[in-house]
Write a protein that binds this ligand. Structure first.
Ligand code: PFF
Length: 452
C-alpha cells in the first residue's frame, strides 16, 4: 500500500480535536469525579495533574512518534519498526484491547443514551427511586441492548464516512459543542446554594489524604483518560500531517482532557454538596443514581432548570462517549481495512457487528447472565479487568521501553522536531522520563492493582 496516498486529517486543528475527542470520554465525566470522590478531593487532583504532566504527556508523544513515523495502523506500525521481533505483539495487544474496551464501552454509552432520553421525556424529574430505576434498566434483557445498539449505529455511521468527512468533521462539531455545554453547566452548578462546600472539596487539598493507593489510582486514571496504550492515538497520529507539531499537539490534547475532567468535577460536586445527606463517594453509581436524585432536590423550586441541567448533562456524557468510541472503533477498523485490503464500509461493518455481539453479552451480564462469572467477575467485569488492569499497563510499559530503548534515538528526535525544523528543548527530559520514570511508575501501578 502506498501510505502517501492514505487519507489523513485535513488540518492541524482537526487532528487536535479528534485526538482530544478520543481522550475526553466517560473517563472524564463519569470516572474522574468518581475517583476524586473516592480519593479525597483536591489532594487527588493535585497528584493527578503531576501524573498527566510527568507521565501522560511523554507517553502520548511516544505514541504519536510511532503512528506518524509509520503512517499505518498500530499492528503494522510495530511490525514495520521491529520486523521479526517480539515487540510486534504490542501492536496486536493495542488493537485487541481497543476491540475489547469498545465492546463494554458501548454498554455504558447505551445507559447514557437511555438517561438522555428519560431526561428529555421528563422522566428524571419525577422524584422516583433512582436506585431502582437504574437497577430495573440495567437488568432488563433488551432495553440496554437496544440503547447500546443505537449508540453503536451512531459510531458506525461516523466511521464508515471516513477519516476527514467522518472522524474529523464530527469532532469539529462535537468537541466545541461539548465545551459549550460544560461551560453552561458549570455556571448553573456554581449558582446553587451550598455549592461553595463543593468548591472547597475540589480546591483545598488535604495532603494527609495522599497515600500510595491514591497515587496509583491517579496514574491509572491518567492512562485511561488520555487513551494511552490502546492503539487509538497511534492510529490517529498516522493521519497527522508531516507539519503537525507532535509535542505541542500532545500538550494541547492533554490540556483539553484535564480541563474537561476538572470542570466535570466543578459541575458535579457543587451540585452534590448542595444537597444534604448525599455522599460524594457513591462510586460508579454517582452519575446514574446519585445525580438524578441531586438534580431533583436541588432544582425542586425551579423544575424547568433541573430539566435543562440534567438533559444537558447526559448530552455531554453522550457526546464525550461518542468521540471516544469512534477512536476505539477506528483503531480496529484501520487495521482491518489495511490488512485485508477491504473497503472501509466492510471493515467498519465487521467491527461493529462483532463488537456489538460481545456488547450484548456484556450488557446481559447485568441481568439474566449475572450468574455467569469467572474469578468472581461477570462478563463485563472480566472484560474491564483484562483490558484495563492487565493488557493496558503492560502495553504502557512496552510503549515506553520500545520508544526509549529499542527505537533509534535519532528517529524519535527527528519525529518530535519534524526532521529538525522545530526546536524541542525538553527532549532530554522527555527521553529520560520515557526510559526510566514512566515504565517504573506504570510497573508500580500494575503490581499494586494486581495485589489489590
Ligand atoms: N479516554 C477515554 C475516556 O476518558 O473515556 C476512554 C478511552 C478512549 C480509552 C479511547 C481508550 C481509548 F483508546
Amino acid at each position: 500500500m502506498n501510505y502517501e496516498l492514505k487519507e489523513g486529517f485535513g488540518s492541524k486543528i482537526g487532528a487536535v480535536l479528534a485526538s482530544a475527542g478520543s481522550a475526553v470520554g466517560l473517563g472524564n465525566v463519569w470516572r474522574f469525579p468518581t475517583e476524586v470522590g473516592n480519593n479525597g478531593g483536591a489532594a487527588f487532583i493535585f497528584i493527578y495533574l503531576i501524573c498527566i504532566a510527568v507521565i501522560g504527556i511523554p507517553v502520548m508523544m511516544s505514541e504519536f512518534v510511532i503512528g506518524r513515523h509509520t503512517r499505518t495502523n498500530t499492528i503494522s506500525a510495530f511490525a514495520k519498526l521491529a520486523p521479526g521481533k517480539w515487540w510486534r505483539i504490542e501492536g496486536v495487544a493495542g488493537v485487541f484491547v481497543a476491540f475489547l474496551i469498545l465492546s463494554y464501552y458501548i454498554v455504558i454509552s447505551g445507559w447514557t443514551l437511555f438517561y438522555l432520553v428519560e431526561s428529555l421525556g421528563g422522566q428524571l424529574q419525577a422524584g422516583r427511586d433512582y436506585s431502582q430505576v437504574f437497577n430495573d434498566f440495567v437488568s432488563n434483557p433488551w432495553q440496554p441492548v437496544l440503547m447500546g445498539a443505537a449508540f453503536m449505529g451512531l459510531t458506525h455511521f461516523i466511521i464508515a464516512r471516513g477519516v476527514q468527512s467522518g472522524i474529523e468533521k464530527s469532532s469539529k462539531v462535537m468537541m466545541p459543542m461539548l465545551l459549550l455545554i460544560i461551560g453552561i453547566l458549570v455556571v448553573c452548578s456554581f449558582s446553587m446554594p451550598g455549592s461553595s462546600e463543593g468548591l472547597r472539596f475540589l480546591l483545598k487539598p488535604d495532603f494527609s489524604k495522599i497515600t500510595a493507593s491514591v497515587i496509583l489510582s491517579a496514574v491509572g486514571q491518567a492512562f485511561f483518560s488520555l487513551s494511552l496504550a490502546m492503539g487509538c492515538l497511534c492510529t490517529y497520529a498516522s493521519y497527522f500531517r508531516a507539519d503537525t507539531k507532535l509535542p505541542k499537539t500532545a500538550v494541547g490534547v492533554s490540556t483539553i482532557d484535564t480541563f474537561v475532567a476538572i470542570l466535570s468535577g466543578f459541575i458535579i460536586f457543587p451540585a452534590v454538596f448542595s444537597v444534604e445527606g448525599v455522599s460524594v463517594d457513591a462510586g460508579p453509581g454517582l452519575v446514574f443514581i446519585t445525580l438524578p436524585h441531586v438534580f431533583n432536590i436541588a432544582f425542586s423550586h425551579l423544575p424547568w432548570l433541573g430539566y435543562i441541567f440534567s438533559s444537558f448533562f447526559y448530552l455531554l456524557l453522550l457526546l464525550a462517549a461518542l468521540t471516544s468510541a469512534i477512536s476505539l472503533h477506528e483503531s480496529v477498523t484501520a487495521y482491518m481495512l489495511e490488512a485485508f485490503s477491504i473497503s472501509r464500509r466492510k471493515a467498519a461493518a465487521a467491527v461493529s457487528i462483532s463488537c456489538m455481539t460481545l456488547g450484548v453479552a456484556c450488557s446481559l451480564s447485568f441481568g439474566v447472565w449475572s450468574d455467569l462469572t469467572l474469578f468472581g467477575l461477570n462478563i463485563f467485569g472480566l472484560f474491564d479487568f483484562t483490558a484495563s488492569k492487565i493488557i493496558l499497563p503492560i502495553g504502557g510499559i512496552i510503549i515506553c521501553l520500545f520508544t526509549g530503548w529499542y527505537l533509534d534515538r535519532k528517529l524519535v528526535e527527528s519525529e518530535l522536531t519534524n526532521c529538525g525544523t522545530l526546536r524541542f528543548r525538553l527532549f532530554r527530559l522527555y527521553y529520560f522520563i520515557i526510559r526510566y520514570v514512566a515504565p517504573l511508575a506504570i510497573a508500580a501501578v500494575f503490581v499494586q492493582e494486581l495485589l489489590a
